[in-house]
Design a protein around this ligand. Sequence first.
Ligand code: NAD
Length: 360
Amino acid sequence: MIIGIPKEIKTLENRVAMTPGAVETLVRQGHTLLVEAGAGLGSGLSDEEYAAAGAKMVTAAEAWGAQMVIKVKEPLESEFGFLRKDLILFTYLHLAAAGSLTRALLKAGTIGIAYETVTLPDGSLPLLTPMSEVAGRMATQVGAHYLEKNQGGRGMLLGGVPGVAPASVVVIGGGVVGTNAARIAVGMGAQVTILDLSHRRLQYLDDIFQGRVTTMASTEPNIRAAIQSADLVIGAVLVPGAKAPKLVTREMLPTMKEGSVIVDVAVDQGGCVETIKATTHDNPVYTVDGVVHYGVANMPGAVPRTSTFALVNQTLPYAMRIARDGMGALKKDPGLALGLNTFEGKLTCPAVGQALGIDS
Ligand code: NAD
């Protein structure tokens, strides 16, 4: 198959859909890789590395002319002209929030396979997980940074020092983000509490952390008590398909310590902290009632090199199967078939249809 890798054009998007190593794997399997010149630069991957891996370095139009285009972000309006009927587009699409893109894909008849709806038999979303792992680990790192005095925080070292108590980190939601956040916090020597609604999840966390975290049921009184003594609160809840519940309310905020920090990773689903609003890497924090709020909705964007490799680790096996079997790959794997959002002018993802009021 001829596979195109265009450069991402969304503002501040520095990830790239395939690394030179992934290109080499696909080329060895007999595929032709057309990589747009400069596509990897934001992730520290040079054109020379891609060329050495067997890619042909091309223009954007040439990359988009391939049979399958693999990307990171959804096409922007300036790319709509590249959409066509015989094109397989494999990327994050997030169509439920993108009416004009959905219409453009349907009008062109493009086969749109969305990373975010590819599903494993246990219901987990393997192509979303790597970004949650990155965001979770980053949440603690970012929180530790904003706890520094000159960043507006309490002036505390997360791990303390001999003779001085470490900071208290409260993680609300113990899924992929929460577990990764807790892992780094434990590693830095903080006192860590994780709250989740799922008892099974708490059992798992209790088991893997071997007594190095406190687990608590996520009830209103428990959250209220935990955040009062917290130095860093990390919001990491997800209710699939819904907005995040507001678990830390406006009224609870004055009970928190002056200079404490909230990193609400769930901000992309509206946030689980009532006072959180989406911020950007340019201007990531603001303060309410003396509590520093961090609400960057695309945290992995700050570490594009790690994020690119983490994403490609998960997407390459699917890309290899689509390249080998075309649409037959979706027939063989029902979980990959759930990634199909648009096909020959029809919407094939009911959730997107419902969100946009289009028949699917
Ligand atoms: P996940 O499904 O792995 O985990 C969510 C956890 O929240 C589950 O364990 C669930 O039981 C728990 N939960 C649900 N309701 C709860 C409640 N009321 N109290 C406590 N726990 C509750 O999801 P994830 O991959 O960890 O993602 C978490 C959030 O982070 C999502 O909103 C996701 O979109 C977001 N995210 C944001 C970024 C970013 O850059 N800001 C990056 C990746 C993921």
